[in-house]
Design a protein. Structure first.
Length: 249
């Protein structure tokens, strides 16, 4: 069987969320199919997979390899191959760059036009865009916002089901992220950056990281810790002032 025929039907049958499915299909269409699609499943070797990853940005290579490994795992389960050629293949090291975000004071001072209420809401509550779009009147009550679904269906993980205190006005979000992306772009940030705004707000108010993990809906505490270790230049200046007062000689 040709790999592309197997892969297309297998990806479509995977028990994954719509957004993840779209990412898998994109990775296959753009990178895997051109390299491996016309080959028979049993003829694909580890070298073919390693060659496919050459030249790809680290983040892209990581995604492409993850999809490839999933496909060959399914091929094993279905009896098409005995051993996976993807076993032992490693992607390039991910380059994790510090993400820019606006603190809440910067959000309040910025001009987001007719979407100011929605952007302030996201920055003050830390919801993912898909979670915020799926909110309805029944989800906001008694001073809390209850998150139990996404525009894509279920929440990203079981940890995504949560409630957070409501501290600013809610106004329905546009059904597509494009308008918010457009008004945020001049500030060099994304919609997801607003979750970092919320995390930094929690950190600056002394909220414990384990509480922040629950409020953000992270299943892995390491993700929350990575955000909590973000340091702004103003904090370094503040430390300088504190130390200059402490060092009296």
């Amino acid at each position: 069987m040709k790999f592309d025929k197997f892969a297309i039907s297998t990806i479509a049958a995977l028990p994954i969320r719509k957004k993840t499915l779209a990412n898998y299909e994109s990775a296959f269409r753009c990178h895997i199919a051109p390299a491996l699609g016309t080959k028979r499943i049993g003829s694909i070797k580890r070298d073919h997979i390693q060659e496919m990853l050459v030249g790809l940005p680290p983040q892209t290579a990581h995604t492409v390899l993850a999809v490839t490994k999933t496909l060959f795992r399914e091929a094993q389960v279905q009896g098409h191959i005995k051993d996976s050629p993807a076993l032992g293949v490693k992607p390039p090291t991910k380059i994790i760059e510090a993400r820019k975000f606006l603190d809440f004071n910067e959000i309040e001072r910025s001009d987001f036009g007719k979407y100011a209420v929605q952007i302030k809401f996201l920055g003050a509550h830390g919801l993912r865009w898909g979670e915020a779009v799926a909110l309805n009147a029944d989800d906001i009550r008694d001073g809390r916002i209850y998150i139990n679904k996404s525009i894509h269906g279920a929440t990203k993980s079981q940890s995504g089901i949560r409630s957070v205190p409501q501290v600013s006005e809610f106004k329905p979000l546009p059904r597509t992220p494009r308008p918010l992306r457009k008004v945020l772009s001049p500030y060099g940030v994304t919609i997801h950056s607003l979750r970092h705004t919320y995390a930094y707000l929690l950190k600056s108010q002394g909220v414990h990281v384990s509480t922040a993990q629950k409020l953000l809906g992270h299943s892995d505490p390491r993700v929350t810790l990575a955000v909590y270790t973000a340091v702004l230049d103003t904090e370094i200046d503040d430390v300088g002032e504190i130390l200059s007062k402490a060092v009296t000689w």
